[in-house]
Design a protein around this ligand. Structure first.
Ligand SMILES: Cc1ncc(COP(=O)(O)O)c(C=O)c1O
Length: 376
């Protein structure tokens, strides 16, 4: 068995790249058309087809996509958006950019996704939207969230940035509510370097997002005519080319992640000091990271430090959004979030990527066990 002690010999995350990816990117470069070309159009069609959405709009990050969906939902300064604090900051930042107020509600203890019952209780006359996250690739409870949004006339936005390929009772995650967003940072299920994709069944939402990502231009208007205030959120042709190549083998990429996850599950099956991520029954998780929740009295950050001392990188995932310094500084009213705070103080992401070997997984799990032994 390889010793991983003292040096970090296993990557926390890594993109799965091969010759076909390099070839597509090079061809995009050689084509002379570096942005807004046929590769972006093709990538959009392929993603729409993959997740069963009528429209897909490519953007240069998941954050940009979420921001545009918030614009399309008409979110503004006096509005409240109900969301989860157990997420990456972008899922709240996207409506903070528009001056709206986050109303954080707690998560389900099993899936770590937003708790729909608490969502309904948090609705006020100022509520404009619900933004739910398929956290760690586990689908949120979309049927209940959609029913609540419909009942109260609210926009529902799907942050599927961690969930390409996940399925909610047979339906691909992404195009729920007014629309959703995938992200393609290199730690994601597939990558475009940086990038994101808005997916929606609403043609008005798609049109608004297309206009806003391209400096507020209408598609049919002359280049230097700008109908509204927009952004430069365009994806490059090189990113789209990489996206096409990656999406072509998405089933293989997802299967590799499932296998690595299963490897960890097996190695940790008899370990009573950790709890591994549970799937929502009847749904399919798309494995984004490998998370263990530490049980008992251990100090999570000390575990992370001791793992690092033994050459194993890991992360405390997530640091809740409501505890981030810039959010605290704004003084938003935050209700008690006992599940979020408990889970967030105990979850650790272990090294996870498509080509993690069984040998490395053994070493990582054994090191975790040694650290837990030391911590008692
Ligand atoms: C839940 C969630 N939302 C949004 C984002 C933002 O995506 P990006 O980094 O592409 O802007 C991420 C990316 O890590 C994410 O995990």
């Amino acid at each position: 068995m390889t010793s991983l002690h003292n040096t970090t010999r296993v990557a926390m995350a890594a993109a799965d790249l091969e010759d076909a990816d390099f070839g597509e990117v090079l061809a995009a470069l050689r084509s002379g058309r570096l942005t807004m070309g046929s590769r972006t159009d093709a990538f959009e069609s392929l993603v729409a087809q993959y997740c069963g959405a009528r429209h897909a709009v490519a953007v240069n990050s998941g954050t940009a996509g979420l921001h545009l969906l918030c614009c399309a939902a008409g979110i503004g300064p006096n509005d409240e958006v109900i969301t989860t604090s157990f997420s990456f900051v972008a899922s709240t930042n996207c409506f903070l950019y528009l001056g709206a107020t986050p109303v954080f509600v707690d998560i389900e203890p099993d899936t770590y996704c937003i708790n729909p019952h608490l969502v309904e209780q948090a609705i006020t006359s100022r509520t404009k939207a619900i933004l739910a996250v398929d956290v760690f690739g586990t689908p949120a409870e979309w049927n209940e969230l959609s029913a609540i949004a419909d009942r109260h006339g609210l926009a529902l936005i799907a942050d599927a940035c961690e969930a390409l390929g996940a399925e909610y009772y047979g339906k691909k995650c992404g195009p729920f509510g007014i629309g959703g967003v995938f992200a393609f940072f290199p730690n994601k299920q597939m990558t475009t370097g940086e990038g994101g994709m808005i997916v929606t069944n609403d043609s008005a939402v798609a049109r608004t997002c297309r206009q806003l990502r391209n400096q507020g231009r209408d598609e049919e208007s002359p280049w230097l005519q700008h109908a509204v205030l927009g952004y430069n959120y365009r994806m490059t042709e090189m990113s789209a080319a990489l996206g096409i190549a990656q999406l072509r083998r998405i089933d293989v990429l997802l299967e590799k992640r499932r296998r690595v996850s299963e490897m960890y599950d097996t190695l940790l099956a008899e370990e009573p000091r950790v709890r591994t991520l549970r799937q929502r029954p009847g749904c399919r998780t798309s494995h984004f990271v490998y998370i263990v929740e530490l049980l008992g009295q251990v100090h999570r950050d000390a575990v992370i430090r001791k793992l690092a001392e033994r050459g194993i990188p890991s992360r405390g995932y997530f640091a809740p959004i409501h505890q981030q310094p810039y959010i605290k500084a704004r003084g938003f009213k935050v209700p008690p979030l006992p599940v979020t705070e408990r889970v967030a103080s105990r979850t650790v992401a272990l090294p996870f990527h498509n080509n993690l070997s069984l040998e490395d997984a053994h070493v990582i799990v054994q090191t975790l066990r040694d650290v837990l032994d030391d911590s008692n």
